[in-house]
Design a protein around this ligand. Structure first.
Ligand SMILES: [Zn+2]
Length: 436
């Protein structure tokens, strides 16, 4: 006997894949959509999908029925890269970026160190309250699984504090926890890189109790290939999976590192090398692209520096995206929520930006936000598609067709979120208590 039947679905976006991901233009563009559909759920899992009238009669005795009212139903969105727990806004810096008083992207590391200072000063209570509030917003915008990183502590006591705080967060959104001790070099170690790399390696033993992933920033503003390799190898010895921030501000051989160590994902990739493309194209490591960062840092917008207009710094991103699709990389997108380069909580808007900035197709975007994003967390056997056996994380959208979620922008199009078979958001607002 099923607990819940969602019926009268105009379009059911499925996003399944036998191998747990889709790669290459053909697979990414083959979006499976079931019209006039229903979904049966039992004990938090999907048990059957099919034709509306057929399932309505088969599950006549079901305990609860929810009508989608002729609208769109999709898998819950998976946001596979966020810096959720931090203190302070950096909107003041942004005015300087917008007006060209500071070159976009320059001094990214100084900005991160501001957030480190504020996060160290913040109380646990304040950090927790902000994180829970932000998770509410993410859920209301359709994210049902979110990855969260440390990386604003950057010393033993504060990184451990953030790991514990991440673990104690109680929220409907499923969390994948990551230790990012190797985010950037903290001020205290400005003249002792080796000392800090060794400290990160020493912290891993404690971190593995709390975090599933170890992330390393293999980028000119972060750490070198060799430094990241040492950290990643120790993390793997301890049984952790690896993620990489790679090649965001310049070539850092992050993609090569990720492919060689068998990382779960490598994120950013703006300056990926030809070698990195070749290695990822035959690996199962997911390349995660972050269009909200490209937008927010105005990297595809010409800027006015000291009176002279200069070309957009990353006008190549659209061509790079298409090349990565054609070269067969497994690709996902994420909002990369953080106070500096991407202060947005919305995966939905990230999907809308992928079309506008990267010229990604609707079908590509849906796969990159669901099944492939789940793969970027090593969870595509559990979430990321609507098929029997998967967790019942579903969205009823306030529009009838999947293209409308990407074509419209600027307002929240989520009506209902079903998390593990229970309704947690209704009319776009999180419920105080889950219903059903
Ligand atoms: Zn990041």
């Amino acid at each position: 006997m099923s607990d819940l039947l969602i019926h009268d679905i105009n379009e059911l976006v499925i996003c399944r894949s036998a191998q747990g991901y889709r790669r290459g233009a053909e697979q990414l563009n083959d979006l499976e959509v079931l019209h006039d559909a229903a979904v049966a759920i039992e004990r938090g899992r999907i048990v059957e999908i099919g034709e509306n009238s057929l399932l309505q009669s088969k599950y006549r005795q079901v305990r609860h029925k929810v009508s989608a009212g002729g609208r769109l139903v999709s898998p819950g969105l998976v946001d596979c890269h966020s810096h959720l727990v931090h203190a302070g806004s950096r909107h003041d810096e942004y005015d300087h970026i917008v007006t060209g008083r500071r070159e976009p992207g320059k001094n990214l590391d100084r900005g991160i160190l501001r957030s480190v200072r504020r996060t160290r000063e913040a109380t646990n209570e304040a950090l927790e309250a902000q994180a829970l509030k932000d998770l509410d917003t993410m859920l209301e915008h359709g994210s049902t699984t979110v990855e969260i990183k440390t990386g604003y502590g950057l010393d033993r006591a504060n990184e451990l504090r953030l790991l514990k705080l991440q673990t104690s967060l109680e929220h409907e959104v499923d969390l994948a926890r990551t230790f990012l001790g190797a985010h950037i070099l903290p001020d205290e170690y400005r003249h002792d890189r080796e000392g800090y790399v060794q400290l990160v390696i020493d912290m891993l033993e404690g971190a593995r109790e709390y975090a599933e992933f170890c992330d390393v920033c293999c980028d000119p503003v972060g750490f070198t290939y060799q430094e990241c390799l040492r950290i990643a190898e120790r993390a793997m010895d301890l049984g952790m999976n690896v993620k990489v921030h790679g090649d965001q501000t310049g070539p850092g051989r992050g993609a090569e590192l990720a492919a060689r160590v068998g990382a779960t994902s490598v994120d950013h990739l703006d300056y990926i090398s030809d070698e990195g493309v070749a290695e990822l194209s035959v690996s199962e490591c997911v390349g995660v692209l972050l269009p909200a960062v490209t937008l927010h840092l105005l990297e595809m917008t010409p800027s006015c520096l000291e009176g002279d207009w200069v070309d957009a710094k990353k006008s190549f991103m659209t061509a790079l995206y298409r090349r990565l699709v054609n070269e067969n990389l497994i690709l996902a997108i994420s909002a990369d929520y953080n106070p500096g380069s991407s202060p947005t909580l919305s995966m939905q808007m990230t999907m809308q930006l992928a079309a506008r900035l990267f010229r990604a197709s609707y079908a590509e975007i849906w796969h990159m936000s669901t099944i492939n994003a789940a793969k970027a967390l090593g969870r595509s056997d559990q979430i990321g598609s609507v098929e029997p056996g998967k967790r019942a994380d579903l969205i009823i959208w306030d529009v009838p067709e999947h293209g409308m979620v990407i074509n419209r922008f600027g307002s929240n199009l989520v009506d209902t979120v079903v998390k593990g078979g229970r309704i947690v958001v209704r009319d776009g607002r999180k419920l105080r208590e889950a219903s059903l």
